[in-house]
Design a protein around this ligand. Structure first.
Ligand code: FE2
Ligand code: FE2
Length: 362
């Protein structure tokens, strides 16, 4: 095999030197080169392992939050067991879109498969899988339908950043250039709000529960657009082609989730929460305003790499430097980890720091 590759390669070299060869020879040379590449050492580097371990941790945390949504507002079945549904909460989700419980279920199952796969892959390479069970200390919802178990994430004190709404509509701004964007629901940045009913008490009055459902609808998009950026950001520092394939295959599923949630968030009904004043405006009033119009759910082309290039429709941000630490900081700022221990943050920060130190093998 190796002999044959060498002889094909020398044919290719003489072709390159001489500048003349029959088309069949060129084809054979290209195939031979591909075979030669197969012999390349594709073992994951330490950096690859650290990137995968960080992603596994985030997928575990995503799974935990999606599990809480599924117990109350999704479909509880053998694929995603746990909980028994909360009818008032689910009814208002269904007003946004009749398929919301199915989408919540599917997003939840996807997250389970993401961390299970990454952990299994790590073990297959002799690396340590990620386990965050010792940090499962947070009290969850006591509303009917929720499991009475401890959680890793907190969906009851969220400060949801909805600037992604404007960011994906902007034709001139990109967070990788330091540009800032307006939050479509500015009130969500000015307090701590539940995205699930904390207890039976949150099921009334109706406008309070609707505000909780609307908070969830925007939080879904906030979470999944984060994943949409994180995978391409980290992929730039992966060395093994197989690990790159993992990132390039999981990342776009986060984007598929994001696209759905982006669309669904545009269907919320306007409401003001009578208990805390949180305002969800009538998104229909933004029609004609291209920075906020609800149906502009596909990424508007914008500046990429350099403002001198033509605009391009892209995921944003995708800066690789500090991407892991940035993701942790964003989730922390959202309140998702409120109540978590110092040991939890130490562990997560270390996983992120190691992922951010990974360098692409050249
Ligand atoms: Fe995921
Ligand atoms: Fe996700």
């Amino acid at each position: 095999m190796r002999q044959r590759i060498k002889s094909y390669s020398s044919t290719r070299r003489s072709f390159l030197r001489g500048g003349l060869a029959a088309p069949g020879v060129i084809g054979a040379a290209l195939i031979a080169n591909a075979r030669e590449d197969d012999d390349f050492d594709d073992r994951p580097t330490h950096g690859d392992i650290n990137i995968l371990r960080f992603l596994s941790a985030l997928e575990i945390l995503e799974t935990d939050l999606w599990q809480q949504y599924n117990e109350l507002g999704g479909i509880q079945d053998s694929e995603v067991p746990g909980g028994s549904g909360n009818k008032p909460y689910t009814d208002l989700l269904v007003e946004i879109d009749g398929d919301m419980p199915q989408y919540i279920h599917d997003n939840t199952e996807d997250e389970f498969t993401h961390f299970n796969f990454i952990n299994a892959y790590l073990m297959s390479k002799g690396a340590e899988p990620v386990n965050l069970e010792r940090f499962r200390t947070l009290k969850g919802s006591t509303a009917p339908g929720a499991q009475n178990i401890k959680r890793l994430t907190n969906l009851m004190e969220l400060t949801v950043d909805t600037t992604w709404w404007g960011r994906y509509r902007s034709r001139t701004g990109n967070p990788d250039f330091g540009d800032k964007f307006t939050a479509v629901i500015p009130g969500l940045l000015k307090g701590k709000f539940p995205a699930i009913p904390r207890s039976e008490k949150d099921l009334t009055p109706p406008d309070h529960l609707r505000a909780i459902v609307n908070t969830a609808a925007f939080h879904f998009g906030t979470i999944e657009q984060g994943g949409s950026s994180l995978y391409p950001s980290l992929a730039q520092r992966v060395s093994s082609v197989e690990v790159l394939r993992i990132l390039l295959s999981i990342g776009p599923t986060e984007t598929m989730h994001f696209q759905v949630w982006h669309d669904k968030a545009g269907n919320i009904k306007p409401v003001t929460d009578p208990t805390n004043g949180l305002v969800f405006p009538d998104l229909g009033t933004f029609d004609g305003n291209e920075d906020l119009q609800a149906n502009l759910i596909m990424p508007e082309p914008t500046v990429f790499l350099s403002r001198s290039f033509p605009v391009c429709s892209i995921i944003r941000p995708t800066e690789t430097r500090g991407a892991a630490a940035g993701a942790v900081a964003a989730l922390k700022a959202d309140g998702l980890f409120n109540g978590q221990s110092n040991a939890f943050f130490a562990e997560l920060n270390e996983l992120a720091a190691k992922a951010d130190m990974a360098q692409r093998r050249v």
